[in-house]
Design a protein around this ligand. Structure first.
Ligand SMILES: NC(=O)C1=CN([C@@H]2O[C@H](COP(=O)(O)OP(=O)(O)OC[C@H]3O[C@@H](n4cnc5c(N)ncnc54)[C@H](OP(=O)(O)O)[C@@H]3O)[C@@H](O)[C@H]2O)C=CC1
Ligand SMILES: CC(C)CCC[C@@H](C)[C@H]1CC=C2C3=C(CC[C@@]21C)[C@@]1(C)CC[C@H](O)C(C)(C)[C@@H]1CC3
Length: 418
């Protein structure tokens, strides 16, 4: 097993141990700040929000609900439906198996929620107890990350994550020490990456729509647009679940606090900020503006989906007629890089589409507040940072061929700008 041992992480990211220690506290703090500010009349980012009470941070009922949600999603994931597929080849030359059934799970969850609503369930309680639920999800994230770190200490050296094996406990706790932590055949990272967080996000959005309906008799056009756009994004991710197996998160990053908190708390509670904002700060959206925003989202989605599909098709079968005619650059690894089509336009066309969509999700909230624009600002920063991480890995993997690609396709995300 020694020859498969994962080398020590030398280049630490996010400012090393100090930076990751700060982020471990700052990220939950930022989420708390955003939600509290959004719940006030002013919704100002400059107003210092009240200090959270212990009861809001650790509410037993909210904790039970979050655990029940995770339990339900885990149980649905384990149902023998959907196909089983293999992940990429690991260091020890083995491949893990994954059950692909997130889309069916979404369908079953939707049926359950529909039945609940028909039976009188007041889903808008999610709006009324948003802080408690976010606090509970944060607590669960800390607990799970700690268990994962302890479990990783017992794992074989070949099972560790290349990015989370520095030997510094704080850094490795944040980045994730073990690459693919599993309990039996249940893969914790693969499960958390999409299902509880993304379906939870759609559920929180729906709760906001229902709350608005309770308050004003019907949902606003702005709220319908935000719900529809983000639901499309969630459905798309679940429908293309298999593609997640080749993302940086699954292939390179361990499962630590960054991803656990990101998946279980950050995504459902901060990505739904626009819908939460609209409940307390109704916006009038005229039809021409709505059509323009709809077209913008359509453009973003088209770029995002076709760029991701083009690369996935090419990686699966370079001779597929849909991609066989594209220009490519050979690399020493035997794999080729696409150098025309979407991947000849900019080096990360999928990020460009994603950022355009992010803007379209904020615009329905009007131009009077900064808060609903948090997502597009944060997301642009996240993707610029992620792009830099990916470039470093690609340069390491492909060397001269990557340099040639960068020469042929000079812009990273934004054509003629960056
Ligand atoms: N909503 C959210 O919060 C987030 C969304 N995302 C979205 O997730 C999606 C996936 O993103 P991510 O996992 O970061 O990365 P990508 O899907 O962009 O994958 C990057 C990898 O693609 C391969 N690649 C790069 N250039 C080429 C090329 N020219 N030809 C062929 N292959 C190439 C390389 O891997 P290899 O060569 O090994 O195949 C590279 O490591 C994106 O659409 C992104 O916007 C990402 C993060 C957060
Ligand atoms: C909390 C920190 C600031 C950083 C946390 C980052 C995470 C929230 C994101 C890292 C990569 C992600 C991906 C998606 C959601 C956000 C996180 C977990 C994704 C599942 C969204 C839907 C897309 O279609 C996708 C391609 C499947 C995404 C994969 C990466």
């Amino acid at each position: 097993m020694d020859r498969y041992r994962v080398p020590r992480t030398k280049e630490m990211e996010f400012g090393g141990a100090l930076g990751t220690a700060a982020l471990t506290l700052l990220l939950p703090g930022a989420m708390w700040y955003l939600l509290t500010a959004c719940g006030t009349k002013e919704a100002s980012v400059l107003q210092v929000p009240p200090v959270p009470t212990p009861r809001t941070l650790a509410n037993p009922q909210a904790l039970l609900l979050v655990l029940a949600w995770l339990g339900l999603q885990a149980a649905l994931h384990m149902l023998p439906m959907g196909k089983v597929t293999e992940g990429i080849i690991l260091r020890d030359k083995t491949r893990l198996q994954y059950r692909v059934n997130a889309f069916q799970v979404l369908g079953l969850t939707a049926l359950g929620v529909g039945a609940g609503l028909a039976a009188g369930l007041r889903l808008s309680f999610i709006h009324d107890h948003l802080l408690e639920l976010a606090g509970a999800a944060t607590l669960v994230s800390f607990g799970l990350s700690l268990l994962l770190y302890l479990k990783a200490l017992l794992a074989s050296e070949a099972a560790l994550a290349p990015g989370g094996n520095s030997g510094n406990p704080i850094y490795d706790f944040f980045m994730g020490h073990e690459l693919n932590p599993r309990v039996g055949s249940f893969d914790l990272k693969y499960f958390c990456e999409l299902r509880p967080g993304l379906i939870g996000w759609a559920l929180v959005n729906l709760a906001m729509l229902l709350k608005e309906t309770e308050l004003r008799g019907s949902p606003s056009l702005a709220m319908v647009l935000v719900n529809a756009f983000q639901l499309l994004y969630v459905v798309d991710a679940l429908w293309n679940e298999e593609a997640v197996l080749t993302t940086m998160d699954i292939v390179h990053d361990g499962f630590g606090f960054m991803l656990v908190f990101g998946d279980l708390a950050w995504v459902p509670f901060t990505y739904s900020l626009q819908a939460y904002f609209l409940v307390g700060h109704p916006q009038h959206l005229g039809l021409p503006a709505a059509v323009a925003i709809l077209l913008l989202n359509g453009l973003g989605y088209y770029i995002f989906r076709s760029a991701n599909s083009q690369k996935n098709t090419f990686r699966r079968n370079p001779n597929d007629p849909r991609v066989a005619g594209l220009k490519t650059i050979p690399t020493a690894t035997g794999r080729r890089l696409l150098a025309s089509g979407w991947w000849g336009f900019v080096r990360h066309p999928n990020y460009l589409g994603d950022i355009i969509m992010a803007l379209a999700w904020s615009l329905p909230c009007g131009l009077t507040h900064v808060l609903p624009y948090f997502y597009v600002i944060y997301f642009t920063m996240l993707l610029i940072h992620r792009e830099a991480r990916d470039e470093r890995q690609c340069l390491r993997k492909y060397g001269l061929a990557w340099e040639e690609y960068c020469r042929q396709v000079p812009y990273r995300i934004f054509p003629y700008l960056y």
